[in-house]
Design a protein around this ligand. Structure first.
Ligand code: MG
Length: 182
């Protein structure tokens, strides 16, 4: 496959946002998060409304984004895609409570991918404005004010399994992405 411009979403593709929420919730409230089976992209949509405020507290907290664990295989995959000759960028949208999130997204990239990757970070609230060939993202429907130039490859997560996707990627399933290295 020729060289591509590949955009990688950060949360849910590189960084394990959901595991981070579960751990932080446990730490903060000293009990497991009241979250059952996952059906919706947004955690709050799978939680009773009375917990929404507490959930917001968790991910708006200082240190939350910096401490997210990487998704299995994600760091190796990103490095391999880059070494295969693709122009790989991290394309991420900060949460509205941006105060810690913005800086900590960079902290995370530096910690797990290295200093050189800081130049590869693209922060945007609208991914349709970003050019690329492929956007690998766990959000089932990515909308914005422009018609996207990239093709959306859905990163596989329990909460998006009911969605039909032309391309579904999982770092642990070599068949789903490793042909990009050829
Ligand atoms: Mg995401």
């Amino acid at each position: 496959m020729g060289n591509k411009l590949i955009l990688l979403d950060q949360d849910g593709v590189l960084a394990d946002f959901e595991l981070g929420v579960r751990r932080s919730w446990q730490q903060k409230f000293n009990q497991p998060i009241p979250l059952g089976e996952r059906h919706h992209f947004y955690l709050r949509d799978d939680m009773p409304e009375k917990y929404h405020q507490a959930l917001h507290q968790v991910y708006a907290s200082r240190g939350f984004f910096a401490r997210l664990p990487p998704i299995d295989g994600a760091i190796e995959a990103a490095q391999q895609l880059l070494h295969a000759g693709h122009d790989v960028r991290i394309c991420t949208s900060p949460i509205m409570a941006y105060q810690y999130c913005m800086a900590e997204k960079f902290d995370w990239v530096r910690q797990y991918l290295g200093e050189a990757w800081l130049r590869r970070v693209i922060i945007t609230k609208d991914k349709t404005w970003v050019r690329g060939d492929i956007l690998i993202d766990d959000k089932p429907c990515i909308s914005g004010s422009l018609s996207p130039q990239w093709q959306h490859w859905l990163y596989d997560q329990p909460y998006n399994r009911s969605v039909a996707a032309r391309h579904r990627v999982c770092w642990r399933k070599p068949d789903s992405w490793r042909y990009l290295l050829d």
